[in-house]
Design a protein around this ligand. Structure first.
Ligand SMILES: [Zn+2]
Length: 206
């Protein structure tokens, strides 16, 4: 069953984390995957903060429909990239070192993505992309976001919604005292609270 991508909360706080959080759980290997094709990817990245703009999303969707084979190839790359970013960012969230192979691949992918950036002069300068109609644009954006997050000086705020009650989604905690525990209260926090309450009731009854 396909879910309504637009209705799913984006809670990562960073584009790369929302890109990785496109499976219902990182803990269950049979968890639902929200992305089935390139069009899903565009819809997902359109709903993320810092992701695709409405015009970009429309153009990429049209390009994918015009070139389905190319879009399928980019989508396969996107799934590999999602796995890679999950492994690296999850290790970073735990304070562990990722494997050297993963760092190598990420380095290479990141270099290729950042080579597509172009400076846009103006009263305030900004980065843009050499070809904002390229099918790989959502991947470049996710890679750029991951690179920025990994070198930021507050990686302790990168967290994972915890097992066993949580879903394993990664998020960037911007709460004042860095006390956020769940991806969201609605999706995981409340369920965990209810289960704790039930088990306390059982303990009391037993
Ligand atoms: Zn969760």
């Amino acid at each position: 069953m396909n879910v309504d991508i637009d209705a799913i909360e984006r809670v990562g706080g960073r584009l790369c984390l929302d890109f990785v959080n496109t499976r219902a759980s990182h803990f269950a290997s049979d968890a639902q995957d929200y992305l089935h094709d390139y069009i899903d990817l565009v819809r997902w990245m359109r709903g993320c903060e810092g992701g695709l703009g409405a015009d970009q999303a429309r153009r990429l969707t049209a390009a994918a429909r015009a070139h389905p084979r190319r879009a399928a190839a980019v989508f396969a790359q996107a799934r590999d990239l999602r796995d890679l970013l999950y492994r690296v960012l999850n290790a970073a969230a735990r304070g562990d070192a990722p494997t050297l192979t993963d760092v190598d691949i990420l380095d290479r992918e990141l270099a290729q993505a950042l080579a597509q950036r172009r400076l846009v002069p103006g009263p305030s300068w900004r980065w843009s992309w050499a070809d904002s109609d390229a099918l790989a644009l959502p991947l470049w954006q996710a890679l750029e976001s991951a690179g920025e997050l990994l070198v930021s000086d507050d990686l302790a705020r990168l967290k994972q919604c915890p097992a066993p009650d949580g879903c394993g989604w990664l998020f960037y905690d911007v709460s004042k005292n860095s006390t956020r525990r769940w991806c969201s209260m609605r999706m995981c926090g409340n369920g965990a609270k209810a289960r704790r309450f039930q088990s306390r009731q059982r303990d009391r009854a037993g």
